[in-house]
Design a protein around this ligand. Structure first.
Ligand code: SAM
Length: 200
């Protein structure tokens, strides 16, 4: 079995006010960009402890939370009874498992930098969306490698927005836009976070 990179972080993950503030900003950007409704079944990719999905839950019918980390999904599983929509948890590595489910929207926060092959992931997102489905992915702009203090399985020190956008377009997404969703202010520097949206 592969290493759970979040094993030691999961329990205290939500006690970092800075992190919670950033995910709040990302959630607000997603909620302003996507017209959710109570018929929608969405996926949160790399759902972690559920910081993002708990903000979106009141506006959709069902969320499929996909995360490879046992420790992070354990934290999420303790929250879901209090959430305002149906939540299904799938603990799996989405780079290795093909889901035979179609979603109306895929959301994700701070997970893509843990994925080696970005083009392949965008291609899979496209396949997993219903026609007219929407993608909303937040992650770091290019950084100097100091964002993470521990090894949590990072493949990318952030992304160049244009290159990231081009990969979504190559996968087939239309109306692909990128905005700034948050700026993570750490003691040693500022780390902007973008939100990419696109339509199938
Ligand atoms: C930095 S955390 C972000 C958690 C949450 N989205 C948030 O913003 O608070 C990244 C999450 O992505 C998950 N993850 C990384 N690679 C994954 C993969 N290949 N398949 C599924 N989940 C993955 C990790 O286990 C971790 O919980």
């Amino acid at each position: 079995m592969s290493k759970d990179h979040f094993e030691l972080k999961a329990e205290s993950y939500d006690s970092d006010a800075n992190r919670v503030g950033n995910v709040d900003n990302i959630a607000n950007s997603i909620l302003s960009s996507i017209p959710f409704n109570k018929n929608m079944h969405i996926m949160d990719f790399g759902s972690g402890t559920g910081l993002l999905l708990e903000r979106v839950a009141p506006f959709v019918k069902k969320i499929t939370a996909v995360d490879v980390s046992e420790a992070m999904t354990k934290q999420l599983s303790e929250k879901i009874k209090n959430l305002d929509c149906e939540v299904e948890i799938l603990q799996l590595d989405l780079t290795k498992t093909k889901l035979d489910i179609k979603f109306d929207c895929i959301i994700s926060s701070m997970t893509m930098h843990h994925i080696k092959d970005i083009q392949s992931m965008f291609n899979d997102f496209y396949t997993m969306l219903n026609d007219n489905g929407v993608l909303a992915i937040a992650d770091l702009d290019i950084e100097d490698g100091t964002f993470h203090t521990e090894d949590t399985g990072v493949f990318h020190f952030g992304f160049d927005r244009k290159e990231f956008q081009d990969k979504a377009i190559n996968a087939g997404f239309k109306d692909v836009k990128i905005i700034t969703a948050s700026i993570d202010e750490k003691p040693h520097g500022k780390f902007p976070i973008f939100l990419l949206t696109g339509n199938k």
